[in-house]
Design a protein around this ligand. Structure first.
Ligand code: HEC
Ligand code: HEC
Length: 329
């Protein structure tokens, strides 16, 4: 039984006993003599033992207070910390239930939203079936399998606020729905915070994420002999946003712009980060830290917070390779 349940019962029983005593007491009482006719203590007793007893009691209670206040003061920060920890643990658990596919977790009153259906049971990444709308006259809608990114590294590239934004507004034009009320979805703020806390709890270390990205790029190099390491890394980490069709296996112009990331070809990045004014370093820094909402970057960029920062999942050398490749697009 939880502590607050026990306290609830103790208080309930105490209340009942109190009521019984009051009711029985009031029945039994005979009319008392009026106070002005009742003799009281004489001066001797009043100022002697009686007074001493009261003063004694006052000393004891002051001593209790004097001991209790510092104890409370000392214990309070620890209690608050534990409270925060329990609070977070509860939030993570609710997030876990939200994320999971129904039937894979114990039943609870938290509705499963089944993010795992697309993003994988452990947020390791997966795929979603999606009805792609035609973009040209004469084209038909077609069903594609759209890669859903891993989320056990999402907080290495985005801040918690940015992830909250993504979950709230979704990714229009992709299978990722809007979940927050502000984006037209069903959820108020708290369940989204629970999801972000849950994702936070299962993040890989930067070293593990780098290893996974390196393995992915190595595989791409093996499958496409002759491409540069920079291009392979771009295909592993950047193409899903910056190349239309990449996520469903029908890539168009590499770096030519996708559902989310802008076009990077035709010297766009050279204009944004011109070579003569330290542009290469700024380009590297931008890819390392990503964009922040309404923060300027390059010569004419205004960030939206949607470009991730890769400093924790790619090594500095790998980012250099990507930038070299990107500047040739
Ligand atoms: C129907 C499939 C589907 C479901 C369900 C789904 N997602 Fe997604 N999600 C996607 C796809 C696909 C993308 C990538 C879209 C793109 O290509 O830009 C994505 C992207 C994301 C991203 C951005 C990751 C990044 O690095 O770009 C986050 C965060 C995310 N989803 C969280 C969630 C959460 C939390 C839930 C559950 C509440 C959820 N998703 C449910 C398909 C889904
Ligand atoms: C989740 C989607 C996403 C991924 C993945 C992504 N980007 Fe971006 N990128 C964006 C968005 C969105 C912008 C536009 C800036 C903004 O909205 O803040 C952008 C902007 C840029 C720009 C500036 C372009 C300009 O002219 O303003 C560069 C350069 C860039 N990205 C490089 C990269 C590289 C390199 C990678 C991989 C290591 C990458 N991006 C991965 C979404 C993405």
């Amino acid at each position: 039984m939880k502590l607050h349940n026990i306290l609830f019962w103790v208080n309930g029983i105490a209340l009942i006993v109190f009521l019984v005593v009051v009711i029985l007491g009031s029945r039994r009482r005979k009319p008392a003599a009026p106070p002005n006719l009742t003799p009281y203590y004489d001066d001797e007793t009043m100022e002697g033992p009686k007074l001493e007893r009261f003063l004694g009691a006052a000393v004891i209670f002051s001593a209790i207070l004097a001991a209790a206040l510092p104890a409370y003061w000392l214990l309070e920060p620890g209690r608050q910390k534990k409270m925060d920890k329990d609070f977070l643990a509860d939030s993570v658990e609710r997030g876990m239930f939200r994320f999971a596919k129904a039937g894979t977790v114990p039943p609870s009153e938290v509705l499963n939203l089944e993010c795992a259906r697309c993003h994988g049971a452990k947020a390791e990444g997966g795929a979603a079936t999606f009805l792609l709308q035609p973009s040209q006259p004469g084209e038909l809608a077609k069903t594609v399998s759209w890669t859903a990114p891993s989320l056990n590294d999402v907080l290495l590239r985005f801040s918690p606020d940015e992830v909250t934004q993504i979950i709230t507004y979704g990714r229009p034009g992709t299978p990722m729905p809007a979940w927050g009320l502000a984006g037209g979805g069903p959820l108020p703020d708290q369940p989204i915070e629970d999801l972000v806390n849950y994702l936070q709890s299962l993040q890989l270390t930067p070293a593990e994420a780098m290893k996974r990205n390196t393995a992915k790029a190595d595989q791409i190099m093996k499958d496409n002999p002759g491409i540069s390491e920079g291009q392979a890394l771009f295909m592993a980490a950047c193409a899903r946003c910056h190349t239309k069709g990449w996520s469903y296996g029908q890539p168009q112009v590499m770096g030519g712009g996708g559902a989310f990331g802008p076009n990077l070809t035709n010297g766009v990045t050279l204009r944004q980060f011109p070579p003569l004014s330290g542009g290469v370093a700024k380009h590297v820094e931008f890819v390392t830290t990503g964009s922040d909402f309404q923060k300027p970057y390059g010569t004419q960029g205004i960030g939206s917070g949607r470009m991730p920062g890769f400093g924790q999942e790619l090594s500095a050398r790998q980012i250099d390779e990507i930038v070299i490749y990107e500047r040739t697009l």
